[in-house]
Write a protein of this length. Structure first.
Length: 95
């Protein structure tokens, strides 16, 4: 397996932070509960939030449906106006 480039690590880290933020903004305090809602194993979800692996397109779609954030935000961090206007915008959970 090829070594992961520094930029790949940064992209995965940023995605993991956004994923955690949207989970919490959607009211899911525990990873296990969110994993169940997605229909996946909790360990698979944990790896996403740790930045070890990434979800496929089907799971990305489920995440956006459940959380109400756009795929643009989830993948690239680009917020739409409707996401900024929410009472708890996803970015407020990123620390």
């Amino acid at each position: 397996m090829a070594k992961m480039k520094h930029t790949d690590k940064a992209i995965r880290r940023d995605f993991a932070l956004r994923l955690k933020a949207v989970r919490k903004a959607a009211g899911f305090q525990h990873m296990m509960t969110f994993a169940r809602e997605l229909g996946i194993e909790p360990e698979a979800y944990r790896r996403w939030e740790r930045g070890e692996t990434e979800p496929g397109i089907a799971n990305l779609s489920k995440i956006t449906e459940i959380t109400g954030v756009s795929l643009d935000f989830l993948v690239a961090g680009k917020l739409k106006a409707t996401e900024i206007e929410k009472p708890n915008p996803p970015l407020s959970y990123i620390r």
